[in-house]
Design a protein around this ligand. Structure first.
Ligand SMILES: C[S@@+](CC[C@H](N)C(=O)[O-])C[C@H]1O[C@@H](n2cnc3c(N)ncnc32)[C@H](O)[C@@H]1O
Length: 205
């Protein structure tokens, strides 16, 4: 089981998907399979490229100048690195130590968490955050935790695969899924087309 030392540079990389996981073996092997599959993909990709979240492009003025942000299923950490380089305090979570190592090489000041999101958010990442980003990873069971992690006035930035404009599938959001999932937030922008759904939403003050 890879541990913190496998993740590469970075200040602190707690491995919360480790052998002490109390779940049944079947669930563990699902997380292990995710990790292996994504480690393989991230291992052949180039260096991390810092970039704002897709759903925020052209709307960067919605962001506070600085604060605390969480990148959920961060992959190689391009979004986390983009925020960190702007002075944000950043937590980034993914099941793949290889992806996180790429991010940590670009921004060691981010706290990188190796963690299976099938278990919810890591306890250290309960918030409150001024921005929570989750893009190209969909787990409806996680939606309440994403909303709960927002500080008053905090911004949620989501992009998921959608059935709208594409075929149905287990990894795709049904029409209206994102709009219905966050009734307690103010919806600033919502789109569903070409197989992708996005939501920008804010918690009230
Ligand atoms: C399509 S990538 C998206 C990465 C990044 N958010 C981006 O936009 O580039 C999906 C990510 O979800 C992560 N992932 C898949 N299953 C996971 C799980 N059970 N727990 C945590 N991360 C997981 C993968 O390791 C991968 O980095």
């Amino acid at each position: 089981m890879p541990g913190p030392a496998d993740v590469g540079p970075g200040p602190r990389v707690p491995d919360t998907a480790g052998a002490s996981d109390p779940r049944p073996l079947a669930a563990l092997s699902g997380a292990a399979a995710d990790r292996e599959r994504w480690d393989g993909r991230h291992a052949v990709a180039g260096p991390t490229v810092a970039a704002p979240p897709d759903a925020l492009r052209g709307r960067e003025s919605l962001l506070p100048v600085s604060g605390r942000m969480l990148d959920v299923a961060c992959g190689r950490g391009g979004v986390a690195v983009w925020f960190a380089r702007r002075g944000w305090r950043v937590d980034a979570v993914d099941v793949s130590p290889v992806g996180l190592a790429a991010g940590a090489a670009a921004a060691p000041q981010v706290t990188w968490h190796v963690h299976d999101l099938g278990r919810g958010l890591p306890v250290e990442c309960a918030g409150p955050y001024d921005v929570v980003v989750c893009q190209r990873f969909r787990d409806p069971a996680l939606y309440p935790a994403l909303a709960a992690a927002l500080a008053p006035g905090g911004l949620l930035v989501l992009t998921v695969l959608s059935e709208v404009g594409d075929t149905a599938g287990p990894y795709r959001a049904a029409p209206g899924e994102l709009a219905a999932a966050f009734p307690e937030l103010e919806h600033l922008a919502h789109a569903e087309r070409d197989g992708q759904a996005t939501l920008l939403a804010r918690r009230g003050p």
